[in-house]
Structures are given as structure tokens and as C-alpha cells.
Write a protein that binds this ligand. Structure first.
Ligand SMILES: *Cc1c(COP(=O)(O)O)cnc(C)c1O
Length: 856
């Protein structure tokens, strides 16, 4: 008979080993080398079979072994060291506390909402970059001591495990997770009862969820789980899978994440005494309903605010991060579905909710638009992505140039202790110290490591990757139905000395998994070149509903099945954190060839760079910002940067040809160019330069610090102002906004007079006096700006500068503003004058969307 569920029953730990239980209960072990070494020493053979899962280790270790360890003085000493180190890590002041001690005003608490979190392969609650980023964000926040609370869902089957059919077609398996066997503890109240959140659903139904806590170092991650007894069967299944099911299923997940998430935080803070968050960070649109819940708290609760007042207060403390410029990647629902599920939110009329998510298509509700309207501060995830997002969402701020759209950018980063190979981390720490590395200084000390030492380490990492490829391809081929006798070739496939290119990522079409197959003959030649061979390891999952992506995987597998090349190219199924690490550690080159500019940031190349891997990439995402062609990698030329998400055959062919050329003439050339000791000195100097130049930039601690100073701290300040004196500022600002919005139609820039001393010459200036009808507004409610710069043939100001004109005088609702603009560029030059509403509590001049530009 088959078991319904499985769980791990753990032997009771002898008292002397109790700290081991505490070490395992906090996920910090997953990025802490000494903890991992300690776990391994519990039972090295068993650990090797546990796929990095300490719960399985403790479940499998014999009582005899535990009894022996309880008497092993050396083990107990190490245990106590690691345990003390964990206590210090959790309790001692860290960077954030030191900043506060120096007088910096920082938020007391920050909530971070995300639909997925990738922390360790043991907790498979992620599908790709978004989740990994969220995991790295929490880990870096923990390292910095930043007071973040994570909020997500616990998917009982997580994301799927991938295998291949004989023909190379992706097969999906959803292993059922039992929270008992995971590093999670349920949230209980003081009486020991399980904490619950409840959401009302249409037709008198309800959605209940319990709250699991994963401890990510110092950061609690609250995961909501609908698989509880009080729910009907349908409600139980809400958190079954990540990104599974239809629109209604997804909406229920997002309601639970947003609305339920806020309630889970309230319960957590009430039980533990934790500070209530001052800032709510919405990591991508999926969690956007958190804003609706917080508005409802203010309109329906004690504060008794009106809708606009509550919206104003909530916006001030909300940060929204957009993660995709791919139109299909934007989360949208039918309006009718929103009407059905959000008709009865206390204190929030459904019409208002619909307006928050309105977009061009009147039948749709757009979660990204709602995110932007609910967050006073918003960002994209790389410099280029910021620019693309401002243009993509420009229609929410009509009248403004895309450069002025209030979406900034913070470039993603990656968590070094999670992604760096131990050998490289140890070496870097030895020469620079771990604190200096984490602070972003000290990376220049890499210079003191010799070429041959670096090269020996890289070879060792490549060799480890080759071993892992052989092991995985063998297992995968057996699953595909090949017999062991047909698989002897796998024991010699790949070569620890051959130039190794890694390519691993999800398989949406814009990432172009099969670009390398554009000319199969040419690829075959590159792989099997007798002088300068190349080997390529590929991995990635396709979304289960995306047959197009599965077809790409099948094409690649068919190519790699060819006996002529199978020793040089492999597809590894079931890409996850555990496998990814081997690829980042061991690849000499990390390949990325998205359709520019559809890769918002991309982080895999950053992880490769932290291990001395050289990036070979289209200039997209983060690489657009930090690529130094020929120094820290190579730029694959991109044929154009049209925004269309469709794959263009011609463009693919051109870019693939450029890729082949680069590999043949630059990459392989440099890799095989050795000195008399067999060291490729030019290559190693690129490895060294990559570590030095990119190391400090790609760190998640750098990213989290940027969020803290640029977004969280200002949001917390705005939020505090709004709340003070019974929400006086929120009420004022809301009243002001609606008054200005009403009066604005009559605001106009009527005349602009200009004067130049003599002829307009370079270095001179232009005096302006603008007459502005301010209608019922005060002149202090209006900011008047001159926008100027070189103009094109259409009279468009191509790279505009802005100066604010000063209020001069006023009569009969007409105000005069004066100022001067510098004539700083020779040639065709133009200017215009415009008026915008201004208020000290606006975060950005474009925020209200109102503007009046001088007419001709
Ligand atoms: C880093 C990482 C990703 C994201 O990589 P991209 O470059 O953003 O595609 C996805 N999955 C895993 C397992 C990762 O480690």
C-alpha cells in the first residue's frame, strides 16, 4: 500500500547535542561554511546522500553515532563554536545598528512581500530569478542587520521537479512537501494555539491559512499555507503550486499573499512584540493587494480616514519594484474577476480598486499599474531596465517625457556567501578579510594572489563541475530509459581542461535557449575543434504550460544526444539552487543571449563573476551597465533594441553569427594561449579583473544598502509624517490633491517673454518671464519650470535640462515667474515653459500626473 504522505522522524538529540537542533532550525546554515562543515562531520557518508538537507541528515543518523558524538570532545568543541557564532550573529549589533548609532534615521521595521523565495534547494519555493533575488535580499538584509520581515506563500508542491522523456520532452513532477520535515515552525499565540488568518470570499465562503516561520538568519520569513482543516477542498488547494492553475486560482493566491500577508504580519507583531513595519515593499505586482488591505485598515478601522486620505498615507510607506519589461510577464486579471472577489472590502469601494488597476484595455486589471499607483516610490532592477520601465509605463504619466516618469532603478545583486565557491571565498577572505569584502572594499587585494594559484583553483572548480555533469547525465539518461551498458561514455564525457561555457536559466522565448543552435554545423565545429575545443553545459526549466519552451529544450537535448558531440555538450535536467552552484563555480564563461532589452537584470552572470567566470553576453540588464568589453568579459553585439517580444529570425541569425565569431576568435583564443607553465596569463588577468571590478558591485549587500538609503528610509520618513497628529498630513495632502486636480484644468502658461543681451551666443543666457494663470490655486502650489536644450528637426528637445523659475509677482489669478537659462550648447536650441503642482510631501514632481505646458 502506498503512503499518503511521508515525513522524516528524527531521533531525539542527546542533551549535549541540543545546539545542533538550533543550528539546523535557522537557515543560516545554508550559507555558513562552518555550519556546513559541522553538519558534514555528523556523518560524512550520509551527508553526501542528503542533497544538502540537514533534516534528512538528522533523520537518518543512527542513535549509536549520536551517542558517540555526544562524547566526542573535538566535535563538541566545534559544535559549541558554531553555536556561539550563530548566537552572536543573531544578537550582536550589525551594520544597520551601527548606522543607527551614528544617527542615521532608518526604518524600525520593513515588510518585504514576494510570491516566491529561493533560499535553499531544501525549500523549493521558487521558479527562477525573482525568487532567488528575494532569497538573496533576505539573506543580505540579515547579514546587514536590517529589520526586514519576509512574507510569502508556502506551496505544498513548490515548483515542479524536471526530468526528460526519451525524446527530450520535459516531464514535470510535483513532490508533495510536508512542512513537518522542513525547517519551518508554525506561529502560535501565547496560549499555544496556531495563529490563523481568514479572508472572506464571495458567497459566504472563507479562506483560512496558517502561518509558518522560516528563520533566514535574523530575518523571519512568514509563509501562508491554506492546507488547513477549516477550509473546503477548493480553499485548501489555494497554495498547492507555484504559478499553477488558472486566473482565478492565481487571484486567490495573490489575495492570500497581499491581504493575508498583512494580517499575518499583524498577528506576528502582536504575538512577538516585533515593531510594526513602517515600509511595505511589493516585490513585483503579485503582492499588490497588500495596499488594499492597508487602506481598509485605515478607512474601516479606528483612524476613520476617507479613501483618498488612506491611499495617501499608504502610498507614502509603500515601495514597488517592477521586474519585467516583457508584456506577457505583466500580471493581469479580467476586471469581472476583481469585481467578483473584491466587491465587499470594508471601507474600500470596488470602483476605487478597479481604478487603481486600470489600463488601456478596459476589460483588464493590471497588477503592475496598481503597484505603481499604490507605491509612492518605484524602481526597476537595472539602469537600462529603469529606462525601459519609464518608457513602458509612460502612459500612466501622460504629458511627461519618459525620462521624467517617477520610476528609478536599483541594480540587483547576489548573496556572495551563498554563491561563491568556498575556495574563492576563502582565498578572497584570506587576502582582504570578510568584513572588507562584504563592505565592497578590499577586492583589490585579489592582486596579491598569483596567476598560477588562481588558475589552479579555477581548474579544480571546473573538474568538480565535470564530475557533477557526468553524474547527472548518467542519472538522467537512465531515467530516459537508456541502459547502463549504453552509458559507459558518460564516465569520460567533458574534460576538466577544456574551455567550459555555462548557460542556465528559465526558458521563456526571449532568453533564446537555442540561439547557439542557429547554425548546428558551426556549433559542432566549435565544440569539436581539435586545437581549441569548447564544452557547453545547459540547464533550465520551461513553464509547464509553455510547449514552445519545451520544444526548445527538446531541440537542445536532441542535438546533445548526437554521439559526435555528446562528450562536449549536455543538458542537465532539474535546474535548481543546488545544481546552479556547480555551474557558477566551474564555468569559465557564462553565456547570456536574451533579446535586448527584455532581460530586466539577470543575476546568474553576477554569480558566475563572483567565481571568476567571464561573461559573454548581449548588452542587456546589468551587463549593459558594467560590461567592460575585453576586460571582464565580452559583449555580444545586439542587432537592435526594439521592444517587441517576438523572436525575429534574421536578428537571431545575425546575433548567433556574432556569438560564434566571438567564441572562435576571442574567447577560445585567449583561453588556450598559455605561457611556458601552462597558465593562460591573459585569461587569468581577466578573471582577476572580473573579481576586482565586479565583486563589490554585484553584491546583494550593496543592493540592500541602496534600497535602504534610496527607498526605504525616504518612504519611512514620508510614512511617519503622514501618520503624525492623527494623520493630519495625509488628510491635508489628500485634500490638496483633490483640490488641485479640480482646479488644474484652468491652469495655463499664457505667455513667455524672453530677452537676450545682444545676440544669443554660447556661454550667454536667456532671461525668461512667464505669465501663468493659476486659477484658484496659490502661486506657491505651482512650480514653473523652463525645459531647454538642443532640438531636432521636429523641434523636440533631445536632452532636456530643467530650471525652476522664481515667483516674481501676481495679479488677478495670474502669477509671473522669472529666471534664466544658460545657452550652453551651440546649434539648434529650444526651450519651453511648463507648470506643475508642487507640495513638500510629493516624492517626485511628476507624481500627480498633472502638468500644463506652454502652447504655441
Ligand atoms: C540566479 C538563478 C536564476 C536567475 O538567473 P537569471 O540570470 O536571472 O536568469 C534562476 N534560477 C536559479 C537556480 C538561479 O540560481
Amino acid at each position: 500500500m502506498k503512503a499518503l504522505r511521508r515525513l522524516t522522524v528524527r531521533a531525539a538529540l542527546p542533551e549535549q547535542l541540543a545546539p545542533l537542533g538550533e543550528i539546523v532550525a535557522n537557515l543560516r546554515w545554508s550559507w555558513h561554511p562552518d555550519s556546513l562543515d559541522l553538519l558534514e562531520s555528523v556523518d560524512p557518508e550520509l551527508w553526501a546522500d542528503c542533497n544538502g538537507d540537514p533534516a534528512r541528515l538528522l533523520g537518518g543518523v543512527s542513535t549509536d553515532r549520536l551517542a558517540a558524538l555526544a562524547k566526542d570532545r573535538k566535535f563538541l568543541r566545534r559544535l559549541s563554536d558554531v553555536s556561539d557564532d550563530l548566537k552572536d550573529y543573531l544578537d550582536q549589533p550589525r551594520w544597520y545598528q551601527n548606522q543607527q548609532a551614528e544617527g542615521k534615521q532608518l526604518p524600525t521595521s520593513i515588510a518585504y512581500f514576494s510570491p516566491e523565495f529561493g533560499i535553499t534547494e531544501v525549500l523549493p519555493q521558487y521558479s527562477g530569478g525573482l525568487g532567488i533575488l528575494a532569497g538573496d535580499h533576505l539573506k543580505a538584509a540579515s547579514d546587514l542587520g536590517a529589520p526586514i520581515i519576509g512574507v510569502g506563500l508556502l506551496y505544498r508542491a513548490g515548483y515542479f521537479a524536471q526530468s526528460l522523456s526519451r525524446e527530450g520532452w520535459q516531464q514535470e513532477r510535483y513532490p508533495s512537501l510536508d512542512p513537518q520535515g522542513l525547517p519551518l515552525t508554525p506561529l502560535r499565540d501565547a496560549e499555544g494555539n496556531l495563529a490563523r488568518v481568514v479572508l472572506d470570499l464571495p458567497e459566504g465562503r472563507a479562506l483560512h491559512a496558517q502561518i509558518w516561520i522560516a528563520s533566514v538568519g535574523r530575518v523571519p520569513l512568514l509563509l501562508l499555507d491554506s492546507d488547513v482543516e477549516e477550509n473546503d477542498a477548493a480553499a485548501r488547494g489555494v497554495t498547492d503550486r507555484l504559478y499553477g492553475g488558472g486566473p482565478e486560482h492565481r487571484l486567490l493566491q495573490e489575495l492570500l499573499l497581499g491581504v493575508g500577508g498583512v494580517r499575518a504580519i499583524r498577528a506576528y507583531c502582536a504575538i512577538t512584540g516585533h515593531d510594526a513595519p513602517e515600509v511595505f515593499h511589493t516585490n513585483e505586482g503579485h503582492a499588490g493587494f497588500l495596499g488594499i488591505e492597508r487602506i481598509s485598515e485605515l478607512t474601516d478601522g479606528e483612524a476613520k480616514l476617507g479613501f483618498e486620505e488612506a491611499l495617501t498615507a499608504v502610498r507614502a510607506g509603500t515601495v514597488f519594484t517592477t521586474h519585467t519589461p516583457v508584456p506577457a510577464g505583466i500580471d493581469r486579471f479580467d476586471r469581472t474577476l476583481i469585481e467578483a472577489y473584491l466587491a465587499d472590502v470594508p471601507g474600500v469601494p470596488v470602483e476605487q480598486i478597479l481604478t487603481l488597476g486600470a489600463e488601456e484595455d478596459a476589460t483588464k486589471f493590471n497588477m503592475a499599474h496598481m503597484g505603481l499607483r499604490l507605491g509612492q516610490r518605484a524602481n526597476g532592477v537595472a539602469r537600462l531596465h529603469g529606462r525601459v520601465s519609464r518608457s513602458m509605463f509612460n502612459n500612466l504619466w501622460p504629458g511627461f517625457d519618459s525620462d521624467e516618469v517617477p520610476i528609478t532603478s536599483i541594480t540587483n545583486g547576489v548573496h556572495a556567501p551563498t554563491w561563491m565557491a568556498r575556495e574563492i571565498l576563502d582565498l578572497a577572505e584570506k587576502v582582504a578579510g570578510s568584513d572588507a569584502l562584504a563592505a565592497g572594499s578590499g577586492w583589490d587585494a585579489i592582486d596579491s594572489i598569483s596567476d598560477s594559484e588562481l588558475w589552479t583553483i579555477k581548474r579544480g572548480l571546473r573538474e568538480r563541475l565535470v564530475g557533477e555533469i557526468r553524474r547527472r547525465v548518467r542519472i538522467s539518461s537512465m531515467e530516459r530509459g537508456f541502459s547502463p551498458v549504453e552509458l559507459t561514455w558518460t564516465s569520460t564525457m567533458f574534460d576538466p581542461d577544456v574551455l567550459t561555457i555555462g548557460f542556465a536559466r528559465r526558458v521563456p522565448s526571449y532568453k533564446r535557449l537555442t540561439l547557439m543552435l542557429s547554425d548546428p554545423g558551426r556549433l559542432k565545429k566549435i565544440l569539436t575543434d581539435p586545437e581549441r575545443p569548447v564544452q557547453i553545459v545547459v540547464a533550465g526549466k520551461s513553464h509547464p504550460a509553455d510547449d514552445g519552451g519545451k520544444e526548445l529544450i527538446a531541440q537542445l537535448v536532441r542535438f546533445a544526444d548526437d554521439p559526435e558531440v555528446r562528450h562536449r555538450i549536455a543538458f542537465l535536467p532539474d535546474y535548481d539552487i543546488g545544481m546552479a552552484r556547480y555551474l557558477y563555480w566551474g564555468s569559465d564563461v557564462w553565456l547570456n543571449n536574451p533579446l535586448r532589452p527584455l532581460e530586466a537584470c539577470g543575476t546568474s552572470g553576477m554569480k558566475a563573476a563572483l567565481n571568476g567566470g567571464l561573461n559573454l553576453s548581449i548588452r542587456d540588464g546589468w551587463w549593459d551597465e558594467w560590461c567592460e568589453d575585453g576586460k571582464n568579459g565580452w559583449e555580444i553585439p545586439s542587432a537592435d533594441d526594439s521592444l517587441s517580444g517576438t523572436t525575429d529570425k534574421h536578428r537571431d541569425a545575425v546575433e548567433a553569427a556574432a556569438l560564434y565569431d566571438l567564441i572562435e576568435h576571442q574567447v577560445a583564443q585567449r583561453y588556450y594561449d598559455r605561457n611556458n607553465k601552462g597558465v593562460p596569463t591573459q585569461w587569468v588577468s581577466m578573471v582577476r579583473y572580473t573579481l576586482k571590478s565586479l565583486g563589490p558591485k554585484v553584491l546583494a549587500t550593496r543592493m540592500v544598502r541602496d534600497y535602504i538609503f534610496n527607498l526605504y528610509a525616504p518612504a519611512a520618513r514620508s510614512g511617519r509624517v503622514m501618520i503624525a497628529d492623527d494623520y493630519a498630513s495625509a488628510k491635508d495632502l489628500a485634500a490638496w490633491k483633490s483640490w488641485v486636480a479640480g482646479a488644474w484644468k484652468d491652469v495655463a502658461v499664457r505667455h513667455v517673454d524672453s530677452q537676450v543681451e545682444g545676440d544669443p551666443t554660447l556661454g550667454g543666457s536667456l532671461q525668461l518671464r512667464a505669465e501663468v494663470a493659476v486659477s484658484g490655486l496659490k502661486s506657491s502650489d505651482v512650480q514653473v519650470q523652463a525645459v531647454f536644450g538642443p532640438v531636432d528637426a521636429d523641434n523636440r528637445i533631445t536632452s532636456p535640462s530643467v530650471v525652476t523659475l522664481e515667483f516674481a509677482d501676481e495679479r488677478d489669478h495670474v502669477a509671473f515667474f522669472t529666471g534664466e537659462i544658460p545657452l550652453s550648447k551651440a546649434g539648434a536650441f529650444g526651450y519651453t515653459v511648463r507648470a506643475l503642482p508642487t507640495h513638500p510631501l510629493l516624492a517626485n514632481p511628476a507624481e500627480t500626473g498633472l502638468i500644463a505646458v506652454a502652447h504655441h
